[in-house]
Ligand binder design. Structure first.
Ligand SMILES: Cc1cc2nc3c(=O)[nH]c(=O)nc-3n(C[C@H](O)[C@H](O)[C@H](O)COP(=O)(O)OP(=O)(O)OC[C@H]3O[C@@H](n4cnc5c(N)ncnc54)[C@H](O)[C@@H]3O)c2cc1C
Length: 493
């Protein structure tokens, strides 16, 4: 009798052999050492070796892999760069990991129609780099943009600092080529802003790899603004900083970016990058303004005036691109800076109405004391998207569970004050079981019907985003049930 391990190895070899015929050469990895880099994504608390990893180089190969998996009922986890912070690209023990990183070419740049057509494995930053010499850029700018892929951005509907003014991924994607769960190649959207027919592109953006595979993306590019300046504004209390954010927006100004850091985050970031952040303040706002030079100057004056009215004791305005970059350096390094304070951190992602910022921050401080874990707060203040970083030590028994419980309380708080479970990192495995906190059973069943219509065998990224859905035939009679652990069948790191 073969042992369970031998059965896994035999099954892996069988699937690898079949997929090697579709993606020859070095397109399939099945050696345990080769699988190791794919065991986890940005949610590093979870780890699972996949069945083989398959790395197609063309859309036709992607479609053939999907068709084979569909026919043989093999589950598939799509993966871009694996930077998901919600475990979206976490492998399944019995599933193929479909890596899209070799589809990494920019196919077309059209300055007249102001668009770029790219394969899904092209990094977010590479799109801007491809067009910046002609004075253009791609606006959505996740902090992970040096690594994360445009396909992963579409799947997660990624955001970033500049999304306050220029919209998140869904507002900047015009069309995709898409491989369905049965292996058909279809085109959704197009090259203009309003294609005819049902808005299936809207359905696919943010679908976290549950509905099909994105194999080509057409994005809008924008001309670089003539002038960009940033203000670094310190406050004696978080409430005043929160009021300043609300007042700037209420006055009709939409900054290109508006980010806030609390005192622990300011200190951590300054120790990391040394750019002269004020250390005697409780909250720091970075407000970036862009546009024609005259408008930019007027906006800087108006925002400075509002900040003074809100009692800001320290205001600096960037006088050069270098200084502006220095203002941002600390904010952009906030995650690695947290890594110097603690062996591990757990990055949360929830969104709240802007006006509730001060109240939510003070309740997070109370939760921090209750759970006995420190937290530092950085967030996209303009759109109310919080990123509390919970500091913990995974080597201390029970601390990961404590961090998760703390994170869950923060997300429930976001929903309680009228916000939502995620701002930009997606649901993945991390927030899957919290979906009923936000959605009614009828709401969730509607989402499950869409999933079942497009992937009736439930082969694409199962176990992510949608609370337990075992068989589509169950739909209508099923109850959403909560698991004790977010993803009980996966061993933790
Ligand atoms: C340090 C750090 C900072 C971050 N900052 C931000 C931020 O500012 N804003 C933000 O929005 N996110 C941020 N993220 C999260 C992450 O980078 C984004 O979610 C990003 O969009 C993921 O892209 P990826 O290529 O790494 O996708 P992966 O992590 O590989 O996959 C993400 C999800 O997309 C699916 N997927 C990937 N490619 C495809 C495809 N071609 N077709 C179908 N499904 C696919 C996967 O199955 C998975 O569910 C950050 C992450 C890190 C580690």
């Amino acid at each position: 009798m073969p042992t369970p391990d031998e059965k896994v190895l035999a099954r892996r070899a069988e699937i690898a052999a079949a997929l090697s015929a579709i993606v020859p050469g070095e397109g399939v990895i099945d050696h345990p050492d080769g699988l190791r880099p794919y065991e986890t994504d940005g949610l590093t608390a979870y780890r699972q070796a996949p069945m083989p990893v398959v790395l197609p180089e063309t859309t036709a190969q992607v479609a053939a892999v999907i068709r084979w998996c569909h026919e043989h009922e093999v589950r598939i986890v799509p993966r871009g760069a694996g930077t998901s912070l919600s475990g979206g690209a976490l492998p399944l023990a019995d599933g193929v990991l479909l890596g899209l990183s070799k589809l990494n070419r920019i196919l077309e740049i059209d300055y007249v129609d102001r668009l770029v057509v790219a394969q899904p494995g092209v990094t977010n930053l590479a799109i801007t780099q491809a067009v910046e010499s002609e004075g253009f850029y791609y606006a959505p700018d996740p902090s992970s943009q040096i690594a994360c892929t445009i396909g992963g951005n579409v799947a997660e509907n990624a955001g970033g600092v500049h999304c306050l003014k220029y919209g998140v991924t869904t507002n900047n994607v015009l069309g995709v080529e898409f491989v369905t769960a049965t292996g058909e190649i279809v085109r959704l959207g197009g090259r203009g802003l309003e294609p005819p027919g049902l808005d299936l592109l809207g359905l696919v953006v943010g679908s976290e790899g549950l509905l099909g595979i994105v194999t080509e993306v057409t994005v809008r590019i924008l001309p670089q603004p003539e002038c960009v300046r940033a203000l670094l504004i310190g406050f004696d209390d978080v409430e005043s900083a929160g009021r300043c954010v609300a007042e700037i927006i209420a006055s009709g100004i939409i900054p290109a970016g508006m980010e806030m850091m609390d005192r622990p985050a300011i200190h951590a970031a300054e120790a990391f990058v040394n750019v002269g952040y004020p250390l005697d303040v409780e909250a720091l706002l970075i407000v970036e303004l862009d546009g024609p030079a005259a408008e930019c100057a007027a906006l800087v004056d108006r925002v400075g005036g509002i900040a003074r009215e809100m009692g800001a004791p320290s205001i600096r305005v960037s006088t050069s691109d270098g200084e502006r970059a220095a203002f941002w350096a600390g904010r952009k390094a906030a995650f690695p800076a947290a890594g110097r304070l603690s062996p591990d951190y757990y990055c949360m992602d929830g969104t709240i109405p802007r006006r509730r910022l001060p109240e939510v921050l003070s309740r997070i401080r109370v939760l921090s004391e209750q759970h006995g874990l420190a937290v530092i707060n950085v967030f996209h203040a303009g759109d109310g998207n919080l990123h509390p970083l919970i500091l913990y030590d995974a080597n201390r028994p029970g601390e990961l569970e404590l961090a998760e419980a703390f994170g869950e309380d923060i997300l429930k708080l976001c929903v309680e004050v009228g916000g939502v479970l995620t701002g930009e990192h997606g649901v993945g495995v991390e927030k899957r079981d919290l979906m009923p906190v936000m959605f009614s059973e009828a709401d969730l069943n509607q989402q499950k019907r869409v999933k079942c219509a497009l992937d009736p065998k439930l082969l694409l990224n199962p176990g992510k985003m949608i609370p337990q859905l075992h068989r589509c035939a169950e739909l209508g009679r099923m109850h959403v049930h909560r698991n004790d652990a977010p993803f009980p069948d996966l061993p933790r790191f």
